[in-house]
Design a protein around this ligand. Structure first.
Ligand code: PLP
Length: 415
């Protein structure tokens, strides 16, 4: 039996790795779980993972409701994905050119995503958002890009939310509108000059870290489409975080609004490193003129994993499973909060839940909640949306709610 619910977690190996890392890696930390900005008890280093469980280097077991910040969507080490990856790995991975599975994957994406007439591949979400804008610029011959204030589209200089190490000129062609506010988009078009706009980039819903999430207003989505059509500019979707979690296809397909270009990564290969840009036929020629490449962009194993992932997502009816589990989690958390007497706000789609506490100065309540969850063997994040996968089940939700009872009691102690 694991020590998943025990409160005293020893993290000696993690502490030692942090100490060694501090000497040879600037800041000592790397990646999304950057513990410098998380409650003290978060482990930085992980040893293994299986299903919905992860084990830190000290052997502590957790149910992971962050899914590695999105890439895990079917469960860690999903048998069908691992079999496809292993079978490709036995033949080759990085080779002088791509393996046949690249074409199979492009065909599959074109079949499953309504607006996609073609696909090109890269590694990270930042590659995909950057390439999307390059294609839009190459097609339109224009430079200006409209993005929502506060939205995260990656770690490239044009997109980063921090300015250290970035020349202001790299951001000079970006103009900011307010998500869900069509009038603000129109104002920004005037500011940029209608004839200069290459693209409007938007995430399928507003999911800025540290804030309550906001569903897209369908009228806003339709207006973005109209404006892009009037301007002759590209509507670009950043599906990096949302892709295949909200819909088995593009996230706005149920609204009847299709983008021209879309950027995907995270979940498309259930944890294997891969990104893709999907686009409409009109943009295919421009996509041949931009120069983008990478030494590892032809890697075959992630592409074989992606084919298996996308097929398994459909066969397991993954979106419906995540919605079902997420609905139970949200309802259970609401009920607990009422019982314990802690006001909470839950926002966003149930499969990408976001929890916040009213009047939470410096996120102290969120930190108390998530630190208590962690000590009880459940990984959530205090300021970022969580992620569900098709592997999370009722047992995981029970575990979550058991821990959440204590988490909410800890929040009571903050007042
Ligand atoms: C919406 C969105 N776009 C782009 C990115 C960048 O992706 P990556 O970190 O893979 O470069 C992220 C990453 O979290 C994201 O959430």
């Amino acid at each position: 039996m694991s020590d998943i619910a025990s409160r005293e977690k020893v993290r000696a190996l993690d502490a030692d790795l942090r100490r060694r890392a501090a000497a040879v890696i600037p800041g000592g930390m790397f990646g999304h779980m950057n513990v410098n900005r998380l409650p003290d008890a978060y482990p930085q280093f992980y040893d293994r993972s299986e299903g919905t469980r992860v084990w830190d280097v000290d052997g502590n077991e957790y149910v992971d409701f962050m899914c590695s910040f999105g890439p895990m969507i079917l469960g860690y080490r999903h048998p069908r994905v691992e079999a496809a990856a292993a079978s490709q790995a036995a033949k080759g991975d990085t080779q002088p050119g791509p393996a046949p599975c690249m074409v199979e994957l492009a065909e599959l994406l074109v079949e499953r995503v309504a607006h996609a007439d073609w696909a090109i591949f890269a590694k990270n979400g930042s590659d995909a958002t950057t390439i999307s804008l390059m294609v839009a610029r190459a097609e339109t011959g224009r430079n200006k890009v409209l993005a929502a204030t506060g939205a995260y589209h990656g770690a490239a200089p044009w997109a980063t939310l921090r300015m250290d190490g970035v020349a202001p000129e790299e951001r000079a062609n970006l103009h900011y509108y307010t998500y869900n506010d069509a009038a603000s988009v129109e104002r920004v078009i005037d500011e940029a000059g209608a004839g200069n706009v290459a693209a409007i980039i938007a995430s399928p819903f507003k999911h800025d870290a540290g804030f309550d999430q906001e569903a897209v207003d369908p009228a806003f989505a339709r207006r973005l489409r109209e404006l892009c059509d009037e301007l002759g500019a590209a509507l670009v979707h950043d599906e990096v975080r949302t892709g295949f979690r909200l819909n088995h296809g593009g996230s706005w397909e149920p609204l009847g609004v299709d983008p021209d270009l879309s950027a995907w990564s995270k979940a498309i290969a259930n944890g294997y490193p891969l990104a893709t840009v999907l686009g409409r036929g009109r943009y295919a020629e421009a996509a041949t003129r931009i120069f983008v490449t990478g030494s590892f962009w032809c890697q075959a194993v992630p592409m074989a994993a992606a084919v298996a992932t996308i097929n398994a997502l459909r066969d397991e009816d993954a979106v419906a499973v995540m919605e079902q589990v997420g609905t139970r989690l949200r309802a259970g958390l609401d009920q607990l909060a009422q019982e314990v007497g802690v006001p909470i706000r839950q926002t966003g789609p149930v499969q990408m839940p976001n929890l916040s506490f009213p009047a939470d100065e410096n996120y102290a309540k969120a930190a108390a909640f998530s630190a208590t969850m962690l000590e009880r063997g459940v990984i959530v994040h205090p300021r970022h949306n969580w992620f569900l996968s098709a592997a999370h089940d009722d047992g995981d939700v029970d575990r979550f709610l058991e821990a959440a009872q204590h988490g909410l009691e800890a929040v009571l102690g903050c007042d």
